[in-house]
Design a binder for this molecule. Structure first.
Ligand code: AMP
Ligand code: FE
Ligand code: FE
Ligand code: ZN
Length: 267
């Protein structure tokens, strides 16, 4: 079987439902040759993932998916091959924890005004990263909505009644932090950037690559991004963005990179 490494998935340390150990077991089960766990704004899962990958002799690339924003539009930035002990990286992770805490408070106040009373303690998170999917699950538990998607469509998505953007972390400082941690910075799921002008602006920043292979990206967009990436001699990455049962649309291993790309990022 050919080499396939899925470079985008989430564990329960952010908004996925699998533990890091389960993700590695699943990667082996579906025949992957490598993996990167890219939790939102945290590398906490690697405390569990690294020793387990070593025990299984399974190639694991360090990774993270940072939440940034440009002129009000969310931009997700993947960082690969990062030093997990980088002070700058850990400082940005803590800043995101604080940003999320304040933002979640504001979202819960809005929900309360709408008649949906949820307390911070009701949000079930394994680690320190608590996001809208955790709020969506609490809304589901109360029977306010019947799916996470419905919670986003009706209440939590951009522009909906309980939406709150929260403190902004710029793309510049995110890129600087990833580079300080000796990692490569990649534009995540570029097709989800809505404004053409925002994407053009991103091309002016010192990214090292873009995520050209992504489960559920339309083929025409894939071609567009592969061309842009090749033109710039960027690293083209790929991954499923698997979140487990909370977002069952894309299974682990449905997008991947080859051995050459994996090795470039491991350096
Ligand atoms: P947050 O990090 O708190 O801003 O929440 C964003 C996360 O929510 C994304 O990374 C996705 O995992 C998830 N998400 C965003 N939009 C939707 C949606 N429409 N349906 C389900 N999950 C979503
Ligand atoms: Fe997510
Ligand atoms: Fe993302
Ligand atoms: Zn993701």
């Amino acid at each position: 079987m050919s080499f396939k490494a899925d470079l985008h998935c989430h564990s329960c340390y952010s908004d996925g439902t699998n533990t890091p150990t389960e993700l590695i077991d699943l990667a082996i089960e579906v025949g992957l040759s490598g993996l990167s766990i890219t939790d939102h704004d945290t590398v906490e899962g690697y405390k569990e993932a690294l020793p387990y990958a070593k025990e299984k002799n399974f190639p694991l690339l360090t990774g993270i998916e940072f939440s940034a924003s440009y002129k009000g539009e969310p931009i997700h930035v993947l960082g690969y091959g990062i030093d997990l002990e980088s002070e700058e990286l850990l400082t940005l992770c803590v800043r995101h924890q604080k940003r999320r805490f304040q933002r979640n408070q504001a979202i819960l106040i809005k929900l309360k005004k709408l008649g949906h009373s949820i307390e911070m303690e009701d949000l079930k998170a394994t680690g320190k990263i608590v996001g809208r999917p955790h709020i969506a699950l609490a809304l589901m538990e109360r029977g306010v909505v019947s799916s996470v998607k419905e919670a986003f469509d009706k209440l939590l998505g951009e522009g909906k009644a309980a939406y709150t953007p929260g403190e902004v972390v710029s793309v510049e400082e995110t890129l600087e932090t990833i580079h300080q941690a000796e990692g490569k910075a990649i534009i995540a799921h570029p097709h989800l950037i809505r404004k053409k002008s925002t994407f053009r602006k991103m091309l002016e920043y010192p990214f090292d690559g873009l995520e050209g292979y992504y489960a559920r990206m339309p083929l025409s967009r894939e071609r567009e991004f592969l061309n842009i990436g090749k033109e710039r001699k960027w690293i083209i990455t790929g991954g499923s963005d698997y979140h487990g049962s909370v977002k069952p649309q894309a299974a682990l291993g449905t997008s991947w990179v080859d051995e050459e790309t994996f090795n470039v990022l491991c350096k």
